[in-house]
Structure formats: structure tokens, C-alpha cells
Design a protein around this ligand. Structure first.
Ligand code: DGJ
Length: 718
């Protein structure tokens, strides 16, 4: 429900979990400004949130501006905290005043132009409040959009910037949302690097600006566009927290600023460091959407709300609600060194154990025998595949498996026919050398001709063979972020690239609705809500070691659902860390995502093949629960030697525990399950447990001897 309470000049957005209050506030000159005065637990009297500042303690004009929770703070007006908006006018001045002008309340949720966003299927799922603010001098209007889902603790917020004036001006920051909370908050975020993405870090309150960001042109391995403000006493199961995920896959910035007046301002949006946008009269600029989740039930409560929203109202298409296939990928089995026979040996062994999809990774096109060449030349290599993709795919199909293919559509190798024909089609800065990374350059997706080429090249391959799955990779980040295209201001290129990329992804995924797309970026370097709008699953990390994956998958689950995480069992010694782990442990970890295998199945021992067969059979039985059930984190790998998590739906509970190091004479460890639906449950060995027992007494996992072990129990409801 959204209502405007005229007597108090308040907007109240309210459902059973969450209240958000915005208020029109007259400043010292009797001009109306917009404040966001509450974001949190449901309120019965929103009027109490209107700020009443006492000057008795000597509060100055300056103090007031450092305290007020502006909904859309600007630069140059004495609020020295990070602004949401920064505008440079034609005179070169940077000073913007935004006054309240009006509002509209609409049922449902409008779509965002050219950008991914959450959506509704029925208008009665949500209501949207649109508030217009205006700067009388420049003619800038900002339309703030706040959508409250009726049955979710979720507010989706974004902003549209419009030039209603007669002169152009430049947006130097155009944020998505700004929320100021009273009090001090821990900041939880997900950080990392290649092969160790999304580690959880909890930073205590500090009187300073804490910031996470990317200037890479991708959301990146280092920081994820997701943050939590958690009350210092909030845990996985209790306490208040606000999680925010930006629905964007490019350079972003999220800042958490705490000042001397103990309030915490969260500003979320595009990264101003690599952004400026000229807005001519009549033009508008749409900022990406931020999804804000409120939980009064700790971090698991917040994550579960994100999971269902991303799964149900950000992911789209046929695959959104479909069980994900168990796949085998040849990358770590062969790297670039394969031919049809090698692939078929792996495929035959995979078919025997019940695997459903064979994915051919990098190296199938041009003359690519290593990563030095051919990106952009999307033509099958007949030396490796004499019958072409069509020939290979039909052989795979005969084994009863589907066929999938790897692409890296946004890239070009300097050693490629594409680059020789169009050296100006990549991102570059004029008169500077073009920096190469992984021997490749980035196609300038801000150009229409490049977008058209990519759409046609990829579509041609997808039409040429029965391809059911695509892995869409991206293996380097921006350096010289410039375009050779005339008439485009260079500060706009990074965001125009994203708009171009989203257009390409929208077109290809819409034209091939049956294909399951999986995003990837050197592992998990672009794992964000923006990508999930086009591709319902993403390769979580190039690190497939079972122990490392505990950390990576646990961290990823703070925001992203299990059905979005690609998780593979790979060879030992593990290719990233050299660790030896059992096939059972590798399988038990990988089923905490969309299970796949990435090894030469034909070369495994009979014992391991039998174990894989068992895993595949088990996952086919329980994947409805693991992919679509409620996921609960029980014990964190970041806190100790044992990790545990649980999947729950109406049919069963799947409990998984993992122990990294074996200890002599260990004390038994008891883990209590959470939110088990009422009833009696049967474990595989025929033992009966009541839901109360599972929750109040818990499970004592019986780990096999040795390091790196796991214990998984499926409790079927009677
Ligand atoms: C990076 C990906 O993360 C890997 O899985 C693999 O597809 C390689 N690229 C291929 O170049």
C-alpha cells in the first residue's frame, strides 16, 4: 500500500514487513525538499519520523544539512556527505537545488528503458510512487521511483533524470537511490579476486565513508554490487538489516557514510569516477534500479527474500522456473587440446552416468589452439570438428544428451579476421597504445554496427546446430575506455557499452527462448542481478576446489539464489589449488549449486564413476528442493572448520555439512536445523525425526575419516 497523508505531507509505503516514509520538508527559505525519514520495521505512526531539530544545543545551519535524510542529495548546497546527484551546468558550475514538485501513485511497476530491472506479472503485485523534484535554474527534473512489492519486504528504487531546461548540462553523478538510517551499522559486503570471489567481510561502524566500487566496465571480481547495513547485533537468524543489490553489470559505486551525527547514509548507483553524461534539452537519463530488502529476521531472512525475488521477478524466460540440467563441460578436461574423438569419449562416459547436457567450451572456432587468437571469428574449426558443430551436436544428441556451446561475444583478438577488417571496432583511446589483456581487446558495444555484428554472428551459430545452452564469457576488463565513434562524449562510453550489451543480450535471448544461457566472466567476475535478467545462471568461479567453493558459494548466497550458481565437480589434484578431495565431498559441495562436472569422465576410476552415477541419480531426485527450496546458511566457513547449510521445501529437508580438517578425538558437533515445516521425516537409513527434533535437538554429522569430508542427509517428509 502506498498513500499520501496530506495533513502531515508524508508518503507512507507500507506492507506487513516494511515501512518506508518520505516527507516533504520546508527548508529555512520555505522551499520544499524531499526527505526519506524511515526505512525499516512497519510503523503505526509515520508522523513520528518527521525530523524536529532542536537548536538548544547550539545546532547551526551547517548541522542541519549534515543531519537531514535527503532522498536525493545534491552537490554544492552544504550537505557534505556523498551526493546522489552532481550536475555541471554550461558555465562550469556545480550546484544543484532540487525541490519537491509533485507525485503519482500507480499500481504495478513500470519497466526501465533499456535496463534490466525487477518486474511484476500482475499489477496487483506492487505499487509505485513516482515523485518529481526540480531545479528551477537548470531545468533538471529528477523522477524518483519507489516500487513496493505487496507480498515481499522489498522496495525497488531508481531515478530518471530529465532536462526540461533550455541549455545542456552534464550529469557527473546520477545515482539510483539514497537512504539515510539513524544510528550506526556494520557494513557487510562481498569482496574477492579471480578464483576467490564474494568472500564475506563485515566492517564495523566507523565515522567515515566506507565504499565498494568497480571501474572495470564489469561489476567485477573485487567487489560485488551488493551491500548490507546490519545492526551490530544482527546475526544470521536475528536482528535488523537492510540489503541493497544494484541491478547493473558495469562500473558501480556503493558508499556508506557515517558522520559525527551518528546517522548512516547509503548511496548507490553508477560509479561517478568513469561517468559523465551530457543531457541536452528534452533528453533523459535512466539510472539503474536498486533492490532494497529489509529483514527483521537476520541475514538469512534477508537472503531468502533476495533469492525469491531474483529467481521469480528478475530472471525471465522459459528457464526461469525450469529444473536445471546436470552438465559436463570439457574445459578443465582438455583446455584447447581436443578433437571430436576426445570429446565423444567424455560424452559417452557422461551419458553412461546419466548426465544430461554436454558443453563444449573455448577453442572450437577459428584457429584457436590457445588464447592468443580468433575471438570474433565465430566459425567452427573443421580440423578439430570435421562434421562441424552440427555433426558433433547430433552425435551428442544420439547419446541422449543436449548440446551447449561457449562464446565470448564481447571480445576480439588482434589476431583475428574481425580485427583485421575493423580495427576501430574495439574500445581504445585515440593516440594511445591499445592495452592487451589475455591477448585480447574489447569490442566497442556502444556502437550500433558492433552490436549488429555480434547479434548476427552469434545467431548464425545458434541457428546452425541444435544448441540448447550457451556459456557467455567475458575475460578481461576495461582499460582505455574510449570510442572511435564520432559525436559520443568519451565519459559516456562505459555506460553506453552496458546499454549496447544489454540490447544485444535482450535480442539474442528473445530470439532463442529455448536456450539456457549461463553468464561467466573469468569465473564469477560479473555475477550480479543485471546479468540474471538475461541469463538465469552464472558460472560462480573458476575455482572449483571443494574447500574453496564452500567460501565462494556461502558468500554468493548472501544475495544470489542457488539456482543461479553454476557449480562443478572437477579433477584432482585441483587445477587452482592442487588440493586432493574425495569425489563425495566434491559432489556434496557442487550440489549446493547447479551441479555440473568438469573433468575427463572417461579417465575416472570405476569407483569414482560409480560415485558420480550415485550423485547424478540423487540430484535428479532432490534438485527440486536444492534449486527451488528455501536455502538456509547454518554454519559459516568464515567462522570455523565446519560449514553447514540446509535446503527446505514441503517435501523434504536436505542437510549438508562439510568439515575441512580432521581433528583427533573430536567433540561431537550438534547442528540445529531451522524452519522445518511441521511433520515427521524419514532419513535414508529409515530413522524417523520430528520437525521439532530436527530444530531443537539437531543433527550430529558423522563425517568420514580424514581431511575434507562431508556429510549429507536427505529427510523425506512422511
Ligand atoms: C574463463 C571461464 O571462467 C572458464 O570456465 C573457461 O570458459 C575459460 N574462460 C575459457 O577461456
Amino acid at each position: 500500500m502506498i498513500q499520501y497523508i496530506d495533513s502531515q505531507r508524508i508518503f507512507l509505503l507500507h506492507n506487513k514487513w516494511l515501512s518506508v516514509v518520505l516527507c516533504i520538508y520546508s527548508d529555512e527559505n520555505k522551499c520544499d525538499e524531499l526527505l526519506l525519514t524511515h526505512f525499516g520495521a512497519p510503523l503505526d505512526n509515520p508522523g513520528t519520523t518527521i525530523p524536529r531539530i532542536s537548536r538548544r544545543g547550539g545546532a547551526s545551519f551547517d548541522t542541519l544539512r549534515q543531519i537531514l535524510p535527503y532522498a536525493c542529495p545534491t552537490e554544492g548546497r552544504g550537505d557534505y556527505r556523498p551526493p546522489m546527484v552532481s550536475v555541471r551546468d554550461e558555465e562550469g558550475q556545480n550546484c544543484t537545488e532540487l525541490f519537491y514538485e509533485g507525485y503519482r501513485i500507480e499500481p504495478g511497476k513500470p519497466r526501465l528503458d533499456g535496463l534490466p530491472a525487477s518486474y511484476v506479472e500482475q499489477t496487483d503485485e506492487a505499487d509505485t510512487l513516482l515523485i518529481t523534484l526540480g531545479d528551477p535554474l537548470t531545468g533538471l527534473k529528477v523522477e524518483l521511483s519507489y516500487t513496493l512489492y505487496r507480498e515481499r519486504p522489498i522496495l525497488a528504487a531508481s531515478a530518471r533524470y530529465i532536462n526540461h531546461g533550455v541549455e545542456s548540462f552534464t550529469l557527473e553523478a546520477a545515482g539510483s537511490v539514497c537512504v539515510t538510517l539513524p544510528g550506526r551499522y556494520d557494513m557487510i559486503h562481498l569482496h574477492g579476486a579471480w578464483a576467490k570471489e564474494r568472500a564475506v567481510e563485515r566492517v564495523p561502524p566507523a565515522t567515515m565513508t566506507r565504499m565498494i566500487s568497480s571501474v572495470r566496465g564489469a561489476s567485477g571480481h573485487e567487489h560485488n554490487p551488493f551491500v548490507v547495513l546490519a545492526a551490530p547485533d544482527a546475526t544470521e537468524f536475528d536482528g535488523e538489516c537492510l540489503g541493497v543489490a544494484l541491478v547493473y553489470s558495469g562500473s558501480f559505486a556503493i558508499s556508506v557514510d557515517e558522520n559525527a551525527y551518528t546517522s548512516t547514509r547509503l548511496t548507490v548507483g553508477l560509479n561517478p569516477r568513469c561517468f559523465s553524461w551530457c543531457l541536452r534539452p528534452g533528453e533523459c537519463f535512466q539510472a539503474p534500479e536498486a533492490l532494497c530488502v529489509w529483514s527483521g529476521e537476520g541475514l538469512n531472512g534477508m537472503s531468502q527474500s533476495f533469492h525469491s525475488l531474483l529467481r521469480e521477478r528478475v530472471c525471465r524466460g522459459l528457464w526461469r522456473d525450469q529444473t536445471r540440467p546436470i552438465l559436463i563441460n570439457n574445459w578443465e578436461a582438455t583446455y584447447f587440446d581436443f578433437d571430436q574423438e576426445k570429446l565423444m569419449n567424455i560424452a559417452r562416459a557422461a551419458a553412461e552416468v546419466g548426465i544430461e547436457l554436454f558443453v563444449l567450451d573455448d577453442g572450437w572456432f577459428g584457429k584457436r589452439d590457445n588464447d592468443h587468437c580468433s575471438l570474433g571469428d565465430w566459425v567452427e574449426n573443421r580440423r578439430k570438428l570435421p562434421g562441424g558443430l552440427q555433426g558433433l551436436a547430433s552425435e551428442i544428441n544420439k547419446l541422449g544428451m543436449q548440446f551447449g556451446l561457449w562464446f565470448e561475444p564481447e571480445m576480439v583478438s588482434p589476431d583475428s579476421d574481425l580485427y583485421r577488417a575493423h580495427p576501430d571496432w574495439c574500445l581504445y583511446a585515440k593516440k594511445r597504445r591499445r592495452s592487451i589483456a589475455r591477448h585480447q581487446l574489447i569490442l566497442d558495444m556502444s556502437r550500433q554496427d558492433v552490436q549488429d555484428y555480434v547479434i548476427e554472428a552469434i545467431s548464425r551459430v545458434l541457428r546452425s546446430a541444435p544448441i540448447n545452452y550457451v556459456k557467455w564469457d567475458m575475460n578481461r576488463n576495461f582499460m582505455e575506455t574510449g570510442t572511435g565513434m564520432d559525436g559520443v562524449r568519451q565519459g559516456e562510453v562505459a555506460h553506453r557499452y552496458m546499454l549496447g550489451l544489454y540490447h544485444v543480450m535482450e535480442t539474442i535471448t528473445a530470439n532463442f527462448p529455448d536456450v539456457l544461457f549461463e553468464g561467466c566472466s573469468g569465473g564469477g567476475g560479473r555475477f550480479d542481478a543485471g546479468m540474471l535478467y538475461y541469463m538465469p545462471q552464472i558460472w560462480t568461479s573458476d575455482d572449483s576446489d571443494a574447500v574453496e567453493r564452500l567460501f565462494i558459494q556461502y558468500g554468493t548466497s548472501f544475495c544470489y539464489p542457488i539456482s543461479s550458481m553454476g557449480a562443478h565437480v572437477s579433477e584432482i589434484p585441483n587445477h587452482q589449488v592442487g588440493r586432493l578431495t574425495s569425489m563425495q565431498m566434491r559432489g556434496d559441495v557442487a550440489l549446493g549449486g547447479n551441479l555440473g562436472y568438469e573433468l575427463d569422465l572417461s579417465a575416472q576410476t570405476t569407483e569414482d564413476k560409480e560415485e558420480i552415477k550415485r550423485q547424478v541419480k540423487l540430484v535428479k531426485r532432490i534438485r527440486e528442493t536444492t534449486q527451488w527450496g528455501v536455502f538456509t546458511r547454518l554454519l559459516s566457513p568464515f567462522d570455523g572448520n565446519v560449514t553447514a547449510w540446509q535446503f527446505t521445501d514441503e517435501k523434504r529437508v536436505v542437510f549438508c555439512a562439510y568439515r575441512v580438517m580432521a581433528r583427533p578425538n573430536p567433540a561431537p558437533i550438534r547442528i540445529r536445523l531451522r524452519n522445518v515445516p511441521d511433520g515427521i521425516y524419514l532419513s535414508e537409513n529409515g530413522q524417523e525425526f520430528s520437525s521439532t527434533t530436527l530444530m531443537s535437538v539437531g543433527i550430529c554429522p558423522d563425517f568420514p575419516r580424514g581431511d575434507f569430508s562431508s556429510c549429507m542427509i536427505v529427510f523425506e517428509k512422511k
